[in-house]
Design a protein around this ligand. Structure first.
Ligand SMILES: Cc1cc2nc3c(=O)[nH]c(=O)nc-3n(C[C@H](O)[C@H](O)[C@H](O)COP(=O)(O)O)c2cc1C
Length: 313
C-alpha cells in the first residue's frame, strides 16, 4: 500500500506474524531504472517479502524485476489494479486491464525475466468491462503469459469520476466472481482481496480460494495479524498480552534508532494498536502529538501508560 507498507511498516508487522507474506508499496519500474535502488532496501526479518512493480513497458518491467530478484525478494508482483490519476497518466495499474494484449506482454516479460514466482494483482473488471466473460478473459490472458498466481481485488475499478478511496468501496464486492475464476483454473493460485476484516472471513474464503490478502483491516487493527500464524498457517505463536506486544514494539524502535533509522516512521504504525481499549483515544492523541520527538520507544511507553487497563489482550 503506497505511503504505508514501507520497510518500517513491515518490520512492525513482523512483530505480529512471522508467516504472512508482506508486500512492498507499488514501486514504479522507471524509478528503479532511474537509480532509486534505495526503494528496494529491506531488512531480512521482513521475508517473505514480495516486490510490487508498477509499469507498462515489458522490457522495463523485466529489468526492474531482475533488480528485485537480485536483492532477494521472494516474488515479483505486477500492479494491474490501481486506479489513481497519477497511475492512469502513466498508463499502468488498472489501465492495463483496458489493453489485455499489453498486459499479457508485461506479464510474459516478467515471467521470462526472473526465476522467482510472478503474480499479478488486478481487479475483476474496469469501467463497463465488468462481465464474467471479461474477468475470465483477463485471467486467461495472464495464464497464457505464464502467470500462475493472481490476486483479485473482488470489485471493478471505475477510472473516471471516482477517487482511489471511492474505488475501494463504491464498486460492489463480488467474491463469487473470484470463486468462479478458481473453479475455472484449478491449477492457478488465486488470492482473494477486498473487504476482508476478520480471520473467520479469511478461513471461509480459503475453502474456495488459495490465498487471502488483507489491506485496510490490518491498518485499522494491526493486532489482527497476531492470529494469522495459528489460524491460517497452523503454527502456534506464544499468546502475548498487549503490554508484551508494546514492549516488543519499544525494543524494535530502540533497535531502529540504534541502526540510525527514523524510528518515528515505525512508531506511526502503532497508533491503532490499542483501539478498543479504555484510554485508546488518549493513547492515539499522545502518539500523534509526540510522534516526531526523539526516543520513539519512550514516547510509545509513555502513550501506553495512558491506557486504563493493561492486563491481557
Ligand atoms: C492507503 C492505501 C494504499 C494502497 N496502495 C496500493 C498499492 O500500492 N498497490 C496495490 O496493489 N494496492 C494498493 N491499495 C489497495 C489495497 O491493496 C487493497 O487492494 C484494497 O484496499 C482492498 O483490500 P482491503 O479491503 O483489504 O483493504 C492501497 C490501499 C490503501 C488503503
Amino acid at each position: 500500500m503506497v505511503d504505508v507498507t514501507d520497510s518500517h511498516f513491515r518490520r512492525v508487522m513482523r512483530l505480529f506474524s512471522r508467516r504472512c507474506a508482506l508486500y512492498t508499496e507499488m514501486i514504479a519500474a522507471e524509478a528503479l531504472l532511474h537509480g532509486r535502488l534505495d526503494l528496494l532496501d529491506y531488512d531480512p526479518v521482513e521475508a517473505p517479502l514480495i516486490l510490487q512493480l508498477g509499469g507498462c513497458v515489458p522490457q522495463r518491467l523485466a529489468q526492474a524485476a531482475k533488480l528485485g530478484e537480485e536483492r532477494g525478494f521472494a516474488a515479483i508482483n505486477l500492479n494491474a489494479g490501481c486506479p489513481s490519476d497519477k497511475v492512469q497518466q502513466g498508463s499502468f495499474g488498472a489501465v492495463l486491464m483496458k489493453d489485455l494484449p499489453l498486459l499479457g506482454e508485461c506479464a510474459a516479460a516478467l515471467c521470462e525475466a526472473v526465476s522467482c514466482p510472478v503474480s499479478v494483482k488486478t481487479r475483476i473488471g474496469v469501467d463497463e468491462q465488468d462481465s464474467e466473460e471479461f474477468t475470465l478473459k483477463l485471467v486467461e490472458t495472464l495464464y497464457r503469459s505464464g502467470v500462475r498466481h493472481v490476486i483479485l481485488h473482488a470489485r471493478k475499478a471505475w477510472l473516471k469520476g471516482l477517487s482511489p478511496k471511492q474505488n475501494r468501496s463504491v464498486p460492489p464486492l463480488n467474491y463469487e466472481r473470484v470463486y468462479l475464476i478458481k473453479r475455472s483454473y484449478p491449477d492457478l493460485y488465486v488470492t482473494l482481496n477486498g473487504g476482508l476484516t476478520t480471520l473467520e472471513q479469511c478461513q471461509t474464503a480459503l475453502q474456495r480460494v488459495d490465498g487471502v490478502m488483507l489491506g485496510r483491516a490490518v491498518l485499522d487493527n494491526p493486532l489482527l495479524l497476531t492470529g494469522v500464524d495459528e489460524s491460517l498457517f497452523a503454527e502456534g505463536n506464544a499468546v502475548l498480552t498487549l503490554e508484551q506486544h508494546l514492549e516488543r514494539g519499544a525494543a524494535l524502535l530502540e533497535q531502529l534508532e540504534h541502526e540510525g533509522r527514523p524510528a518515528h516512521l515505525a512508531l506511526r504504525h502503532f497508533i491503532n494498536l490499542c483501539n478498543g481499549r479504555k484510554g485508546a483515544r488518549l493513547y492515539r492523541q499522545y502518539l500523534s502529538t509526540h510522534l516526531k520527538e526523539p526516543h520513539s520507544a519512550v514516547v510509545l511507553r509513555d502513550a501506553f501508560a495512558l491506557l486504563e487497563h493493561k492486563s491481557t489482550m
